[in-house]
Design a protein around this ligand. Structure first.
Ligand code: NOJ
Length: 513
């Protein structure tokens, strides 16, 4: 059973570098998040996911953790983070930290021990081959960088050696089985890190590359799933209110392994990607469902989503997001009107939704050189745009010191400007999230039934007693539906109920009760 607070949770993802700088050094900080908690709450989000904020050489934006138990000095101190937990709780909000279980930085103290030639407690904390000239048996590896006569296996970038969760089917002597004591010690070390933050007030974790632990795992990831069941057992015993969301994109497997939520990630060609990002590159054709001129085939999403949803609705939640720090901002190809409809849809679906900072005002994707291993992701990680002041209100520091440049456009969206405009994207997001909080039928658990889900027709779905209709296309539309006794309680664009029909203006969204 998932923590009860997830039932009406709406998350706000914060990339801490870029949210709000309070000490004028050009980079966001924990105190900045605390200062903006009221803003986030008033927006309608009652939970946070903060990207890794731990000590790190930042070769991958902090996903290369040097010290799991220490806040990176550029963000503040551990005490600041504990205060953030307290301030969030005072406002009825919850905070997830980012847990990186599959790898550390090559500068992590465990790794510095592990690479030594003489055997020690950490020799098997990472996966090492048994000779400098031995390849990685199909896994990516680095040789020639340590005194130890061996090569180490990577989990992602070169700076991220893989922690050792063993091999489900070892085929070489250096591949330890999953029940090896040194492998079990890795799992215990992971639980120790989790206990550390949970006992200081954190409410759970977003889990990075959650499927990546055990190597040569089977198709169903049964080895990796055993690790998560073990972790879940610890949480159930010691921190029953803690929640975990996996970066996995396989809810049938992840939710049964003990995650409360699994992200529906933007993988090219999957159902989610067809909604907001159905393009190969900027010059190519864009068939995203929410484009006014899109091809309007919601089945490309529903075929995958409904299969997952039906299979997992009694087990946990599928989490859809507006964007994340790895993904092109939706504003990259959608305009404000299209974004309003897209968000209205995402925030009225079952499960637990995530809003990426800045998407509520339609921040742009910027073309920028890579920063801290961001590459093409860098353009989605720029500073939050608060107002029309210096550095768009992100930082009082000098422009040259900014972590990344702010959007230079004359019409760069800001919170301040959109707060003044009743029809803005920001105010639309507020209205839809307020409605979600008011209506339990729009929250995580209420049953979803697709009434009409066809090509080039409005989408009509039921959540509990509530009926929702959506017409993303540029043409007016009408569909037959039983609307007896129903009235429209929320709308974007226009529409009406009459004669057993829902009439929808071009680009409209109606909620009926
Ligand atoms: C997924 C994270 O979201 C991404 O930002 C990171 O680069 C990789 N995992 C490696 O940790």
């Amino acid at each position: 059973m998932s923590a009860a607070w997830l039932k009406n949770a709406v998350f706000y993802e914060i990339y801490p570098q870029s949210f709000y700088d309070t000490n004028k050094d050009g980079i966001g900080d924990i105190n900045g998040i605390i200062e903006k908690l009221d803003y986030i709450r008033d927006l309608g989000c009652n939970a946070l996911w903060i990207n890794p904020c731990y000590d790190s050489p930042f070769k991958d934006g902090g996903y290369d953790v040097r010290d799991y138990k220490k806040v990176a000095p550029r963000y503040g101190t551990n005490s600041d983070l504990y205060r953030l937990f307290g301030e969030a709780h005072n406002r009825g909000m919850h905070v997830l930290l980012d847990l990186v279980p599959g790898h550390t930085s090559e500068e992590n103290a465990w790794f510095l021990e592990s690479k030594k030639d003489e055997k020690n407690e950490f020799s098997n904390r990472y996966i090492w081959t048994d000779g400098w000239f031995e390849g990685g048996d199909g896994l990516p590896y680095i040789a020639g960088e340590s005194d130890r006569n061996a090569a180490y296996i990577l989990n992602f970038f070169k700076c991220q050696p893989a922690l050792n969760y063993g091999f489900l089917k070892p085929r070489k002597p250096w591949q330890l089985p999953v029940d090896h004591p040194d492998v079990k010690a890795t799992v215990e070390a992971l639980k120790d890190i989790m206990r550390f933050w949970l006992s200081h007030g954190c409410d759970g974790f977003r889990v990075d590359m959650a499927d990546s632990l055990v190597k040569y795992d089977d198709e169903n990831k049964s080895g990796t799933c055993e690790v998560w069941k073990n972790v879940r057992g610890m949480l159930d015993n010691e921190f029953p209110e803690a929640a975990m969301v996996s970066e996995w994109c396989n809810p049938k497997v992840a939710l049964r392994a003990g995650f409360d939520m699994d992200f529906y990630l933007n993988h090219r060609g999957n159902g989610y990607s067809t909604l907001l990002r159905d393009y190969e590159d900027p010059s190519g054709e864009d068939n995203s469902y929410f484009r006014k001129d899109g091809k309007g085939d919601i089945r490309r999403f529903l075929d995958q989503y409904m299969d997952w949803y039906e299979d997992t609705k009694d087990t946990g939640y599928i989490s859809m997001f507006t964007c994340n720090h790895d993904t092109f901002r939706p504003r990259y190809s959608l305009d404000y009107k299209e974004l309003k409809l897209a968000y209205a849809f995402l925030f009225t679906m079952p499960g637990v939704p995530f809003l990426y900072y800045g998407d509520e005002i339609g921040m742009r994707y910027l073309q920028l050189p890579t920063k801290e291993g961001g590459y093409t992701r860098t353009g989605s990680r720029t500073p939050m745009q608060w107002n029309s002041g210096k550095n768009l209100g992100f930082s009082e520091g000098c422009q040259d010191s900014l972590y990344l440049p702010v959007d230079p456009a004359q019409d760069a969206p800001t919170v301040e400007a959109q707060e003044r405009d009743p029809a803005s994207l920001l105010n639309t997001v507020k209205a839809i999230l307020a409605l979600r909080q008011e209506q339990p039928d729009l929250q995580a658990d209420a049953n979803l039934e697709i009434i009409i889900g066809k090509k080039e027709q409005p989408l009509v779905y039921r959540r509990g007693q509530i009926l929702v209709a959506l017409n993303p296309s540029g043409e007016n539309a009408a569909v037959k539906a039983d609307v007896t006794g129903k009235e429209i309680i929320f709308s974007i664009g226009g529409g009406e109920l009459a004669d057993g029909q829902i009439r929808l203006d071009a680009q409209s969204f109606l909620i009926m009760k």
